[in-house]
Design a protein around this ligand. Structure first.
Ligand code: G6D
Length: 346
């Protein structure tokens, strides 16, 4: 295992470091202090050619400019909170509205744009970088001084682990995710149409046109959301019937069945042979197929376009605070939060 770091820019005179982790087979991961953001994940194809397979930039300015959460740590609450409003112990809280009439991804200037403090742990068979952040009481309207760590680990067995840990001094909400976008071809002029996606899920969360869950868990059977057998994303994109179920792609939460302890989801790209198998301690995975972009800087010489990658956001169901059957995202003062997601890099 190898670790090194290099300067990635400065913010108000503070150096932003890019931390590189490499195992003995040449698999690499890079993360920056800004947003505890994954900038690179370098994997071999079946011919042994290594390529970066995550959307990312080689400079800090583009990360600051983009608003698509490329590779970012998202929190306090991933996904939408209806009208940014929630109640805890009969007290009502309001997070800032930053997406239509709702709060998305914890509101503006949240975890994704904070400078996290990194601590590196090197072992013979794994290297971890733990990023720490204090989210102060009242940040974006959320109660409690929240102490958070996001830990990324790369192992000699080609596992990439994401661990979230947190404590709070007031009851609050906490539902983070890693918003990494994957294109296993390693070519961001290609779409992910031919990528095959499997998700062990019998119910998906129906969403409104604005992306907010309706609260209804719908059966995936005979819909675009039945991914219990791996199928190319293009099958749904190109099906007239299934297009009508989508929003120019997927932007939906899948409630995981946990019927196979070794696989919650799997993404495979047949040409390169690259594949990532995901298991998570959360109850959901949100699939976002990058259905449209705003003013994000280009990744290559060509303008960035829809479906150039797929974000696989392991989390608890979005807007869970308003839907009891979506799971619990309340963190209380006497709780030590921990949730792990494992990406096995095949
Ligand atoms: C859009 O609705 C989508 C979100 O799911 C995604 O996380 C974000 O873009 C980057 O708001």
């Amino acid at each position: 295992m190898k670790y090194w770091r290099q300067e990635f820019g400065t913010i108000d005179g503070q150096t932003i470091w890019q931390h590189w982790l490499e195992n003995s087979q040449g698999y690499q991961m890079a993360v920056i202090d800004y947003g505890a953001t994954i900038t690179n994940l370098v994997l071999p194809d079946q011919a042994g050619q290594f390529k970066n397979v995550v959307i990312g930039y080689d400079n800090l300015a583009d990360y600051i400019k983009q608003d698509a959460y490329f590779g970012a740590t998202v929190g306090r609450v991933a996904g939408r909170i209806a009208q940014g409003t929630f109640k805890l112990d009969d007290q009502t809280y309001h997070a800032p509205i930053n997406n239509g009439v709702n709060t998305n991804h914890g509101g503006p200037n949240s975890f994704e744009s904070q400078i996290w403090q990194a601590t590196v742990t090197e072992k013979s068979d794994a290297i971890s970088v733990s990023f720490a952040l204090t989210s102060p009481d009242g940040a974006n309207g959320f109660p409690g001084n929240l102490q958070v760590t996001t830990t990324y680990t790369l192992t000699e067995t080609n596992d990439w682990l994401v661990d979230y840990a947190a404590t709070t001094d007031k009851k609050t909400l906490f539902n983070p995710t890693c918003h990494v976008y994957l294109n296993l071809t390693g070519d961001f002029d290609q779409t992910v149409d031919n990528h095959q996606l499997l998700i062990n899920s019998d119910y998906y969360g129906e969403i409104q046109p604005d992306g907010l869950p309706t609260g209804r868990l719908a059966l995936v059977e005979n819909t675009a959301f039945d991914l219990n057998h791996a199928r190319p994303l293009a099958d749904a994109f190109n099906s007239q019937a299934e297009q009508n179920q989508l929003v120019n792609g997927y932007d939906h939460p899948f409630l995981l069945t946990k019927k196979n302890a070794n696989v919650d989801a799997q993404l495979t790209e047949p040409t390169s042979g690259r594949s990532i198998t995901i298991t998570t301690e959360g109850n959901a995975i949100v699939i976002y197929t990058a259905n449209g972009f705003g003013s994000e800087p280009n990744l290559t010489n060509q303008p960035i376009k829809p479906h150039e990658a797929v974000a696989i956001e392991a989390q608890m169901m979005p807007d869970a605070i308003h839907h009891p059957d979506f799971g619990n995202i309340v963190l209380d003062v006497d709780q030590a939060y921990h949730r792990q997601t494992k990406y096995h890099l095949n």
